[in-house]
Every structure is written in structure tokens, then in C-alpha cells.
Design a protein. Sequence first.
Length: 596
Amino acid sequence: MENYLVSARKYRPDTFQSVVGQRALTTTLQHAVKNNQLAHAYLFCGPRGVGKTTCARIFAKTINCLHPKENGEACNECESCRSFNEQRSYNILELDAASNNSVDDIRALTEQVRIPPVLGKYKVYIIDEVHMLSQGAFNAFLKTLEEPPSYAVFILATTEKHKIIPTILSRCQIYDFHRISVGDIQEYLQFVAQSENIAYEPEALNIIAMKADGGMRDALSVFDQVASFGEGKITYKGVIENLNILDYDYYFKLIDAVLRHETAQALLLFDQVLGLGFEGQYFTTGLSAHLRDLLVCKDPRTLPLLEVSDSIQAKYRQQAEACSFQLLVEALKLTNECSLQYNQSKNKRLLVELCLIRLCQLGEPDPDGGKGKAAPLSPVAAAPAPAKAPTAKPVAEASAGSPVQTSAPAPAPASSAPAPAPSAPASQPAAPDSAQPAPHRPASTAARRPTALSFNRPAQQAAPAPVKQEVAAPEENQPFDTPQLTQAWIDFANTIKDDPQISSAMIANPPEKTTDTDFEFVVFHPNMEKRMLEIKPQIEHYLRQQLHNSHASLQVRVSVGDEKKKALTPQDQLSAMLEKNPSFASLKNQLGLEMD
Ligand SMILES: [Zn+2]
């Protein structure tokens, strides 16, 4: 029986062409060889296991090949090539600087540099993990690097480029190796499996590829491990057991529960996950990734960003169809919040559970929401609404958007409902409709048939219709703060989700207050500005009612330079900052700072 060779060695590429996932870089090297434009020193940087040393060896072999091919590859047949392939060439010297980093080690190497090659043209010195060299060793090496003999080529490899001193950097041609894509790794694993006659499930190889984080060597060693565990068969189940990965299935089931508003089911699933020994943080991070993948499935253009195997892709697409864009964005926000707060939380399990509960409340259909969920909220609202709202709100905001949040818009319906009920529904949709005939039926449609929008939050749904009438007449001057404004803003955005572009832009980027009553919404593009101005009357109408302030007024402008481009949800960042340092809020207000 032949000796067992690990796959990473057995399937190590021996031509530039066969190096996986570094095409641009190998092509450049090939050209350099072909045109005989060789430097004396190269620096190969990049994460571990992406092919730095492999490329260095191929390079060394190729520049020494006696009959190089037209395309700049080695012939693999001449004496020099064979000596390389059989690892008996004297023209290549490898030093692992991680374990040989003293001045003496480097001296021993530079001594060797003096001896010219016997066969072939170049002697190639590969110094791996070169950043590990001691200061003295670096200095000793620098002398050789400054005046190398004509036949010497140095290839320095490192995972930590920033640790290389500038004097060395400036003498090297630098090549940056990239992480290998999941697709490339998976394809190569398939090739290895087929060559080895190992049966495999594509999703199993996909998981290995993802877990390898861009490194082929890691991927191949996991591959070997799983193959021996499965006795020559690589299954999805085998892989997740071996790598201690949470099964996709839990996330699929969880989102199913969210869609059906089955809070109990969601909590039980989470309990099972904990029972398997997974951390809550791991779970929420995975859930965020899952939501992201669903979101990516929503648009054929972003589908390539989904890095899972075909069979699972179908599953993702199916689930994505059941979820609205809005729901996914909201859910992602919740899971992100949860992840951010995880480390600071004293009761981590409760934190995740709260997140799950809120997820299950997302998009609860309206009739249910009215009876079930909004019920506990209405008493709060019915009472002394104006006094309470401002104080209650910031708390809700700070506590990471606990369910309380919805209580802010709630006061409105309760206090105003009794009187104008009959006439309200009719007149309300009429106003925006006539004012805004063209593309933006959204707000009005939402008000007319709220049940059609399955993914709106219950509280805000109830709000618009009854409130309208009463507020329209008497002038209101209730002060409002940024969190209240943001909430009302998002509530409005939720009513126009049949215009997902506007809706999501509004949600991602709430307005900034500029005065007591004015607020400003910054957009990136004049087209967007135009569309926002079209629905401005509707927005103001809605916000004035929600905020009980008849002077609330919206300005829209296009951003200048790169302002506002940094974060997707500046509000998230702001609330995180406020949570850390509450006095920041008053400072912000005093100085009138623009925070995003
Ligand atoms: Zn050759």
C-alpha cells in the first residue's frame, strides 16, 4: 500500500495555472518569467494557506527550468524541473523564520548565498514568516538584500506585512495574496474528492469551504479529517458534527416560526441550540448571516453573493419568497442590536430570547395585532399621553428597542379615537390621494386597507386612520425628540413598503432634527430627492399627527461629498453611543451636532 499523503501535499499545485484563486497574481509572475524581468526580492503577503509558499516554489522551479514553455510555465521534464519536483534541487532553500529567527540562522543562510547554482540559473531563498526575524537578524539580512549576487532571488513570505520594516519593504516587489473564494475552494475540493474516489454531498464541501475562511490548506486538512471520520464518505451531517457547526436547518425552522409568529416555537428552538452546546452569540451571529442570505436571495442581481451549495440555495430562495424585504431588514436590525449588546448583557439568554420574541412580533397581521399585541399597550396610551410619551420614549430607545417602543405612536389612537371615528377613515385617505395622484398611493392605500400589508407593526397601523380627523382641526404644539421622530418616521416608511426603495432608504437613514420642529433628510441622489419631495406632504401630514405637532416640517437635500455614506443605520450607531454615555445626548443637543 502506498504511503498516505495528506491532500494538501498530494494536491499541491505544481504549475502557475493550477494555483487556485490567485489568477491575477500568477499571471503577473508568469509574465515576469516569460519576459525575463526578475527582481532580486519578492514579498508575498496574505493570510495563511492561500498559496504563498506554493507560488514561491513554482516560481523557483520555473525560473530555473531549462526549457520553459511559451506561456511562462516550467516544462516539468528537464533535469532541473525533475530535481525540483523530487525535492532534491540545490537551487531552492527554505527557511522558516518562525523557528529560525536568530542572527546566526540568517548568517548561515547568507553564507550559502555566496555559492552559485550548479544546475540552472538561479538560487532561490524562501524565507517563510519573515516578520518573525529578530531585529538583529533583519539587519544582518538587509546587507545581503542590498547587494545580492546576480543569481540570487529572495522570496519573503509573511502573514503580517505591517511588521516588515520599511527598509526591507522598499527593496521588494510586493504581491498581495487574497483569500480564496468559497466557490473556488469548493470546486477544488470536488476535484480532490473525485480524484480520490470519495463520495461527497456538495453541501458538505460547501461548509468546509466556508469554514476554511479563504485558506486552501485548512480546507484540505478538514477535508482529510472528515473523510477519515466518515470512512471515505463526506456527508453534511458528518461535517457539521466534526466542525461543531450549527445546522442550517435550525435557522430555517426559526424563520418559519417568525413568519408564523410562533414565539413559543422560536424559544424552544433556541433552547435546543443551547442544549447542543452553542453560545447565544454564535447563534445570533449565524441568524444574522442567515437573514442576510435571505435578503441576498431577494434580488437576482445579488444572488451570486449567496455562497452556499445549489441544493441549499433552493431552500434559501423558497424561504426568501415567504419573507418581505421589509421583514428581513427589520429582523436584521434586531439581530444586529442583539449581537452588539451581547457582551455587555448580564442575562445573555434573556437578551437573545427578547430578540426572538420581537422577531416573532414582526409583521404580525393587523387584526391579531389589534387584539393580541396592542392590547397591553393601549392602557398606557389611553392615560396621560402627552406627559408620558417624551420620558417613556428614550428609555425604550436605550433598552435596545424593547417591545415598549411601539407605545410611542400608540397614544394617538387612544386619545383621539372616540370623537371622529366615523368620518375619519373616509376623509383621511382622500387628502393624500388628491394631493398626490401619481406614483405614490402608498400611504393612503395603507390606511384604506391596512390588512393587506401583512408586515406592518400593529400599533402604527391602528394609528393613522382615527387620529387624522381630530388633529387636522386644532393646532398642536407638543414637543418631540429625536427618538420619537425616528419612530414616527419609520412607522411612515412601513406604510409605503410597496415602494421598497423609498421605504428602505427612509428606514436606513432617519432624519436629523435641525430645530424644535424642523428635521432634515439627506439623500444621495437628486432623483431620490425628487421622489421624496413628491411624497413630502404625505410624510408631514402623517408625522404631524403622530407627533402631535402641527409645525413638524421636513427638509430634503442631497448630500455633499461623502457625508452620510459611512453606515447603513446611523441611528444604530447613535443609540449605541448614547447607551454608553448618556450625557452625550445633552451635549449633542447643546451643540446642535449632526451625528451621522
Ligand atoms: Zn523544465
